[in-house]
Design a protein around this ligand. Structure first.
Ligand SMILES: Cc1cc2nc3c(=O)[nH]c(=O)nc-3n(C[C@H](O)[C@H](O)[C@H](O)COP(=O)(O)OP(=O)(O)OC[C@H]3O[C@@H](n4cnc5c(N)ncnc54)[C@H](O)[C@@H]3O)c2cc1C
Ligand SMILES: Cc1cc2nc3c(=O)[nH]c(=O)nc-3n(C[C@H](O)[C@H](O)[C@H](O)COP(=O)(O)O)c2cc1C
Length: 607
């Protein structure tokens, strides 16, 4: 048996875990009840005991933390849907495993005054909304772009920008951060990399170069004391599903919850979610890997006069063309490279003019058209190989979790709106929403934690939940959890839908909660029940005085649903409410909302 050195499990001088792991631990234990906490503590004690008995402990040397900024790499991530967070955490773990001092920090948790002390900064930034940074990173961007930003001559940095080339402002937030850091005097280690949604290879190359640079820049302090920690990979830990290794979850219930007359059908889905693979909390989302619709695969093959049974090799993979299109490639969302290649192949003047000279028309096409629309409008001859090489790898879709374990046990509920519309008389569907509403008996799923959209720790705090359409989903989870907690705080739901009779999602449950006294206020805004359109922002203004009282009483505000129109309109209405009822100027009202967001009392999950 190999000798196992005595391990200082806790020393007052050295934090016992690297920051990234401390963060994971905090996330893991947040909100657990006493029984669950005891289980975690017993689990860790068991690991430590096994390590002392020499049972396959894996020692990973790490530098003690508290290293000064000059000796440490900061991997700062501005991420909304988790891609950037995963890249940053992976890079941090790799640096740590090489004995290089590093920390991963969410932009929302970053103390901006530290920027002036940083020496080595790896920034991972995604773009959301319409070319905006993620909500969580707004304060960081305000600081960086504002007048108080310090000169940064001492800083070396590199930016990995995440985005989606079907958006007109591709990787905009990453570009802005990159240019601003350079303008403040910081020196780039390497040029920024802009990644499309198939970011794995580019992110790996960026991380490799970051690692190489850090190995040179951060000389491991040979004499410094080192800690050993148990690698979670080697411990017999329960395997939480991940994006790359999703769980296969049985579908238990699939039920349409909009009325027959609704022109916007929504399906409620329940899946089996054992806590050891699909652990979640209210506010989290579930990632679902879908298969593309068979009828669409057949349409594309027909339009290209290609045989779906033909074999196509690409990289190390070899599938039939049909299987590539059904399971491995994005065929509903267009990307700029596909559009440009198609324009070259189609050799059509109109399309060439749009792609090369008309930015608005190109943006509209990228947003609203599917690949099949291109093929049918401007035919082009693609080979199977060229097609598989050009189309982006399929990506999972996220759905807000509409349940709380405290109410549903080992289940997970989601609320899915059908993307189902016509273009030139032909039916078009969204790939994942179609798949979810079809008969598939199982789904491949993983949890995307959203620590930025959580219930307040103090259950006496009031909450105001504002949303439209499927934006209601997390509020169902919130109310279930608060009901189970016996929360003393009040609950106010402001919900927007098209029609009361057909689109008031989970109507029975909200009305029952109202009757039980769990839901204290309910305000509906229906846009098509009367001549004039009424949206949630109208209700906010109408009940502004009451809303102001709730806010001044410490309520937390949540906004969920459409990012394009609803979230900005709601924000403008909130600003008006604060200005009118709080007797403030528009600027001071904006400042009030910014402070509220910084206090985690104005939280948004918009998409
Ligand atoms: C954090 C987060 C949480 C989310 N939560 C939910 C949720 O709770 N419920 C939910 O339903 N969705 C939710 N979404 C959205 C969801 O992830 C998918 O984007 C949505 O289901 C559409 O995906 P799809 O694969 O069906 O459509 P896609 O295949 O991605 O879209 C097909 C294409 O059709 C076109 N198109 C799409 N819609 C229309 C339209 N209405 N008219 C014309 N053309 C159109 C566009 O060209 C689009 O690229 C969430 C997203 C995020 C980021
Ligand atoms: C609602 C929404 C809006 C988006 N807007 C943009 C955009 O304007 N420009 C862009 O390049 N990418 C945009 N994206 C794509 C994201 O940047 C991309 O999915 C990225 O990988 C997300 O990284 P994250 O998970 O770290 O947030 C958008 C994504 C969503 C869900």
């Amino acid at each position: 048996m190999s000798a196992v050195p005595a391990i200082p499990l806790y020393s007052p001088d050295l934090p016992p875990l690297p920051e990234a792991r401390l963060r994971l631990l905090t996330e893991l234990t947040h909100g657990l009840d006493a029984g669950a906490l005891l289980y975690v503590s017993g689990y860790a004690a068991g690991l430590a005991a096994a390590q002392h008995q020499g049972l396959a402990p894996a020692h990973v040397p790490v530098q003690p933390h508290g290293a000064s900024a000059s000796l440490r790499a900061t991997i700062l991530y501005a991420s909304h849907t988790g891609n950037g967070r995963r890249i940053a955490e992976k890079l941090t773990a790799t640096l740590e495993s090489q004995g290089l001092p590093a920390r991963a920090v969410a932009a929302g948790d970053y103390a901006t005054r530290e920027l002036a002390q940083e020496r080595l900064l790896y920034l991972v930034v995604s773009t959301h909304g319409d070319g905006d940074p993620p909500d969580d990173a707004r304060a960081f961007f305000d600081f960086l772009l504002g007048r108080k930003a310090p000169r940064l001559e001492q800083l070396r940095f590199t930016v990995l920008a995440l985005g989606d080339s079907s958006y007109p402002k591709f990787c905009e937030a990453g570009r802005i951060a990159d240019e601003r850091l350079a303008a403040l005097g910081a020196s780039p280690i390497a040029p920024r990399i802009d990644c499309d949604v198939d970011f794995d290879a580019a992110a790996a190359a960026w991380s490799d170069s970051a690692l190489r640079h850090a190995a040179e820049a951060l000389k491991p302090a040979g004499d410094a004391p080192r800690l050993s920690i148990v690698s979670p990979l080697r411990a017999a830990a329960p395997a939480l599903a991940t994006r790359d290794a999703p769980a296969v979850a049985e579908v238990l219930v699939r039920q349409r919850i909009t009325g027959r007359t609704s022109d916007h059908p929504v399906t409620h889905i329940e899946i089996a979610a054992p806590a050891d693979t699909l652990a979640y909390e209210p506010g989290d989302a579930v990632g679902i890997w879908h298969r593309n619709p068979d009828f669409l695969v057949a349409q594309i093959a027909r339009a290209l006069q290609l045989d779906p049974a033909m074999r196509v090799a690409h990289g190390a993979d070899d599938h039939t063309l049909g299987e590539w299109l059904a399971a491995h490639r994005e065929i509903t969302r267009l990307s700029r490279p596909v559009l440009e290649t198609h324009a070259a192949l189609a050799n059509n003047d109109e399309l060439r003019r749009i792609v090369e000279g008309d930015a608005d028309a190109r943006a509209k096409l990228l947003r609203d058209w599917q690949f099949i629309d291109l093929l049918e409008t401007w035919p082009a001859a693609w080979t199977g190989e060229a097609l598989v090489a050009a189309l982006r790898p399929i990506t999972p879709r996220l759905y807000s979790i509409a349940s709380s374990r405290s109410e549903v046990g080992d289940e997970l509920h989601l609320t899915v709106a059908a993307v189902d519309y016509e273009r030139s008389g032909a039916r078009r569907v969204g790939a994942a929403s179609y798949f979810l509403s079809s008969e598939a008996p199982e789904l491949r799923a993983y949890i995307e934690p959203n620590t930025r959209f959580r219930l307040p720790d103090d259950s006496r705090r009031d909450i105001v939940m504002i949303g439209a359409g499927t934006g209601i989903a997390p509020y169902r989870a919130f109310l279930q959890a608060r009901g189970a907690q016996g929360a003393r705080g009040r609950h106010w739901l402001l919900f927007g839908a098209r029609r009361f009779s057909s689109d008031f999602l989970y109507q029975g449950e909200w009305l029952a909660a109202r009757k039980r006294g769990l839901l204290h206020r309910l305000d509906l805004a229906t846009s098509r029940d009367q001549a004039e359109k009424i949206y949630v922002q109208h209700r906010l203004r109408e009940h502004g005085a009451e809303l102001w009282r709730w806010l001044e009483g410490g309520a937390s505000l949540y906004v969920c649903g459409d990012a394009t129109r609803m979230a900005p309109d709601v924000h403008a209405a909130l600003r008006e409410v604060v200005a009118t009822h709080g007797a403030r100027s528009a600027d001071a009202a904006e400042e009030y909302l910014r402070d509220l967001a910084a206090d985690r009392r104005y939280l948004r999950d918009v998409y």
